[in-house]
Design a protein around this ligand. Sequence first.
Ligand code: ATP
Length: 351
Amino acid sequence: MIPGDGIGREVTPQAVKVIQAATATTKRPIEFVEFDWGADKYLREGISLPAGAVEMLRDEFDAVLFGALGDPRVPSNQHAADILLGLRFKLDLYVNARPVELLHDRLTPLRDRTEKDIRLMVIRENTEGLYVGVGGFFKKDTADEIAVQEDVNSRKGVERIIRYAFEYARQNGLKRVCMSDKSNAMTFAHDLWQRVFKTVRQEYADIDSRHLYIDTLAMEIVRDPRQFDVIVTCNLFGDIISDLGAQLAGGLGLAPSANIHPGETSLFEPVHGSAPNIAGKGIANPLGSVLASAMMLEYLGWKPEAGALRNAVRAALRQNYVTPDLGGDKHTVEVGDWLAKEAVTNFVAQT
Ligand code: ATP
C-alpha cells in the first residue's frame, strides 16, 4: 500500500478497510504493508523511490495498491516521476487497463445513455511511446530553441500489448477489439502498429477486430459508445482517450486503473491525482480507489471479493451515499465505512 500524497492518503485507507471487510468475510488472508513514499519523505529525506524498492516489491509482494502523487511543494513533481514512472518501467508494467463502465445512469453527461451502453475497456501501452523521456533541447531558452521528444515503439512492446487486448477480450467473453493509432500521420511508429495488428489479429479469428484513427475514435466513443468492448492503443492516446472515457462514466472520482505485467507484481490505482485543492478536507471520493481494489482482487484471482466491492459501489451510487463531487453530502470516511458494511452484507445476501 502506497497512499502517496494529497487525497491518495485519504482514499487508500478507505479502500483497504473495504477490502479487509470483504476478505474477513471469506476468510482469505491478506496482509497490507504501508510505505510512506511521497512528497513528505522526499522533502524530509531527499528520497523518492528508495534503493532496492523495486526488487522488494517484485520479490515479496503480490500487488501494490497505490493512491496518488503530487504536491504543490514539489513543483517539478520529481518524486512522482521517480516513484510512479519508476515502478511502471522497472516492474515492466506494460498494460494499463482502464475500464470505462457506467455504474449509474445519472452519472453520464451523454443524453439518453444508460448503464448497458457504456461498458468498455481501454488497454493502454504503458512502457513506451512518448513517455520514455528520450529527447532534448537545442538552443534552450533562446528564440531559436528546438525541443525534440522521441516516440519509441518496439515490435516486442507493440505486439505484447495488442496480444494482451485480444486475450483480455477472449477471457472475458468480449467479441470486439478496436486498435487505434494515427498511422496516416505517424507513418513510421504507427506503421509498425498497423503491421503488428494485422499479424496478431489473424490468430484471433473468433474476435471481431477493427482499426480507427484516434481522432475518429474520440468522436465515435462519444457518438455511440456501444460500439466498443476493448480498445487498444499507445501510451499517449490511451492516456487521453481513457480520461475521456472516465468522464463518460461519471468523472475522475470513480475511475480505476491497473498497471499490469501478467503473472508478476502489478499496481492498482485510481485514475485521479492528488487533488491538492480538496486534500485534507475529508471530501475526496474513495470510489475510484475501491474500484481499483476490485481490479486488484480480481487480478489475485479473488472474484467473489472483487464482486462484493463492485456491488457495494453500485449500492452507494443507487442510494446516493456519495461525496460532494457526485452530488452527495457524505465524507470520505463515511463512504468507506458504509461500503465496508455493504460489502459484508452483500456476501450474507449471496449465501
Ligand atoms: P495530477 O496529479 O494528475 O496532476 P491533480 O491532482 O491536479 O492531477 P486530479 O486529482 O487528477 O488533479 O483531479 C482534478 C480535479 O478533480 C481535482 O482537483 C478535484 O477537484 C477533482 N477530483 C479528482 N479526484 C477526485 C476525488 N477522488 N474526489 C473528489 N474530487 C476529485
